[in-house]
Design a protein around this ligand. Structure first.
Ligand SMILES: NC(=O)c1ccc[n+]([C@@H]2O[C@H](COP(=O)([O-])OP(=O)(O)OC[C@H]3O[C@@H](n4cnc5c(N)ncnc54)[C@H](OP(=O)(O)O)[C@@H]3O)[C@@H](O)[C@H]2O)c1
Length: 293
């Protein structure tokens, strides 16, 4: 394993939708707000510092959603970073409503999603959202209605690219009949491989894959989890942390992989971004795969 560098550009560049370059290691903002993605940050000044430090470290892909807070993560991004530096891509989402900490309901009605896009534009102080992701497919609303609404916003120049979240290959195919799908955001990590098929589909189609819970929501780092000892040993051998190993594994897993690790702390952000420079050799890769089984 080579020595870590501190800049996100070491993770390489991916062209979202074939024309929107981002450094592959990004940052996710869900952890900036209160527990259960509900309410104000425990430490608002640190939240602001995290966002600014991410940009300083070369992060060019920031993932957010109107459901984080709700509304609070988008507001914090604008407060900390507006006017935005050139090349910064803010990817937001709509389609999940929140009734309290960790309580959600999916809503994909056209009128609602159009309001979501308009309100995200207003909070983020943008004229156009570079990547707008349908946070969930609403089982009670025809997909044509939900994506038709986003397509209209795209035609009006309010959205540049459209992505999906928590979807199967069949759902991406269906969506692809209505809009061009450029990204998918599914739960995926070294410890959680339920979406291998979707990842393989994205790879074949050149669709960006944003794994959420990239360090298993922190569970991968807990000493009581089954592969903890092996992961810690491999990490220690290379003066890296388990969080860094799991991010390096993701980056090497696929060229379409765009991890968006979340944190509320500058120290963890710096550690996570440093993983962009970690390279695993074949033996280390095999050891990690075995340990995570
Ligand atoms: N599409 C969806 O449905 C969906 C769902 C969930 C999340 N997301 C997106 O995906 C992003 C990533 O997911 P996530 O934030 O839930 O999961 P994650 O990145 O796997 O884990 C975040 C958790 O790990 C801790 N952590 C982060 N870096 C660490 C480090 N270096 N050392 C020790 N602990 C560390 C964080 O605590 P600290 O704050 O203490 O660092 C936090 O509790 C979110 O921020 C959000 O943008 C999308």
């Amino acid at each position: 394993m080579s020595a870590p560098t501190s800049l996100a550009h070491a993770s390489g560049t991916f062209l979202i939708g074939g024309d929107l370059p981002v450094h592959r290691l990004g940052y996710g903002t869900m952890r900036l707000v209160g527990d259960g993605a509900w309410g104000e940050p425990a430490d608002p000044l640190e939240a602001c510092r995290v966002l600014r430090r991410a940009v300083e470290l070369g992060v060019t892909l920031i993932d957010t959603a109107d459901a984080y807070g709700p509304e609070i993560a988008e507001r914090l991004i604008a407060e900390a970073l507006y006017p935005y530096p050139p090349g910064l891509v803010i990817a937001t989402k709509g389609g999940i409503t929140r009734q309290g900490p960790a309580k959600t309901e999916f809503v994909g009605r056209a009128g609602y999603l159009i309001q979501c896009v308009e309100m995200s534009l207003r909070r983020l102080k943008l004229d156009r959202i570079d990547l707008y992701q349908l946070h969930r497919i609403d089982p009670r609303t025809p997909l044509e209605e939900s994506l038709g609404a986003l397509k209209r916003m795209q035609e009006q120049g309010k959205i540049r690219h459209i992505g999906l979240s928590e979807v199967t290959p069949a759902e991406i195919e269906e969506a692809g009949k209505i809009v061009k799908v450029v990204s998918v955001q599914n739960r995926y990590s070294l410890a959680d491989r339920r979406h291998e098929e979707t990842l393989a589909y994205c790879e074949r189609q050149g669709i960006g894959f944003l794994p959420w819970y990239p360090i298993a929501g922190g569970k991968l780092l807990k000493p009581e989890q089954p592969s903890a000892q092996t992961l810690a040993q491999i990490a220690a051998r290379h003066r890296a942390t388990v969080a860094q190993l799991s991010l390096a594994w993701l980056l090497q897993r696929s060229p379409v992989m765009l991890p968006i690790p979340g944190t509320s702390k500058v120290a963890h952000l710096e550690e996570n971004v440093a993983a962009a420079g970690l390279k695993l050799d074949k033996e280390e890769w095999a050891e990690l795969e075995k340990a995570a089984q």
